[in-house]
Design a protein around this ligand. Structure first.
Ligand SMILES: NC(=O)c1ccc[n+]([C@@H]2O[C@H](COP(=O)([O-])OP(=O)(O)OC[C@H]3O[C@@H](n4cnc5c(N)ncnc54)[C@H](OP(=O)(O)O)[C@@H]3O)[C@@H](O)[C@H]2O)c1
Length: 250
């Protein structure tokens, strides 16, 4: 029997890309999974892929949606073991063009939302000696021109990871992060707002720059999310695992 059998998991942004792959992997190993996202139709498609997955329409940027998401998992299954803060926001945002609204929108999803979700989840995670996995980026540590606010928000998420790991260790709640590199998902045309043509140029440049010479698949990243969340990783906390084909080394 998998150590994840009947564990209850929340994956924010579970209808696409890395979050969808993680949700399916948890579900296939017997966990019950609540996925979130803003678009009901996209959530419905992922829910249809496995009987252990249910969804709630929720926006990580909305402060009321964190507690509502946690309540949905508790109402459905009566417990919570794993919170995956996966949903992200970003933009190519040159400093000279940046506005308060754009900066706040990035930090609302990448920093404030995960914090409010973690706070709402905490009593339930304490009860199950559960765990949090935050999804960062290579650019949480590596500098990137025109990416400063996205990168800074991921750097903040990584430092929250380390601080929460210390703060919650006495409760036996572990906190880790996966820093993903360029991954084949909807992110460039969705989250980053690029045209398909611009996205294709960036993808080709990334393939060239990544030492292992390919962009990742959602499963490349999801397997590390699941591994860190798995109770068999019980002595690992406060770590940022970089899964990026070596991009961070360049
Ligand atoms: N793909 C990459 O190259 C890459 C690299 C490094 C790090 N990452 C990180 O990996 C994470 C997942 O990205 P991905 O590439 O898998 O993206 P994706 O394929 O675009 O999927 C994003 C998912 O999050 C949901 N979402 C977006 N904004 C949300 C919000 N405010 N509230 C709730 N759900 C929201 C989307 O659904 P709706 O649009 O319906 O809300 C979708 O389910 C992000 O944190 C991203 O920063 C990605």
């Amino acid at each position: 029997m998998s150590a994840l059998e009947n564990k209850v998991v929340i994956v924010t942004g579970g209808s696409s890309g890395i979050g969808r792959a993680a949700a399916l992997s948890f579900a296939k190993q017997g966990a019950k999974v609540l996925i979130t996202g803003r678009r009901a139709a996209a959530l419905k498609k992922t829910v249809a892929e496995h009987k252990n997955i249910v969804s709630v329409v929720a926006d990580v940027a909305n402060p009321e949606d964190g507690p509502r998401t946690v309540a949905k998992a508790i109402d459905t299954w009566g417990r919570l073991d794993i919170l995956v803060n996966n949903a992200g926001a970003g933009a190519l945002l040159p400093l000279r063009n940046s506005s308060a609204a754009q900066i706040n929108a990035i930090f609302a999803v990448n920093v404030v939302g995960p914090s409010l979700l973690a706070a709402a989840a905490l009593p339930h995670l304490e009860a199950t000696k559960g765990t949090i996995v935050n999804i960062s980026s290579t650019f949480g540590q590596k500098a990137g021109a025109d990416l400063s606010h996205y990168a800074a928000s991921k750097a903040a998420l990584e430092h929250l990871t380390r601080c929460w790991a210390l703060e919650l260790a006495p409760l036996n709640v572990r906190v880790n992060a996966v820093a993903a590199g360029p991954t084949e998902s909807g992110a460039l045309t969705g989250m980053m707002g690029l045209s398909p043509e611009h996205a294709a140029v960036i993808e080709e440049a990334e393939r060239e720059q990544i030492p292992l010479k390919r962009r990742g698949t959602p499963d490349d990243v999801a397997k590390w999310i699941v591994h860190l969340a798995d109770p068999t990783s019980e002595w690992v906390t406060g770590q940022i695992i970089t899964v990026d084909g070596g991009l961070g080394l360049t």
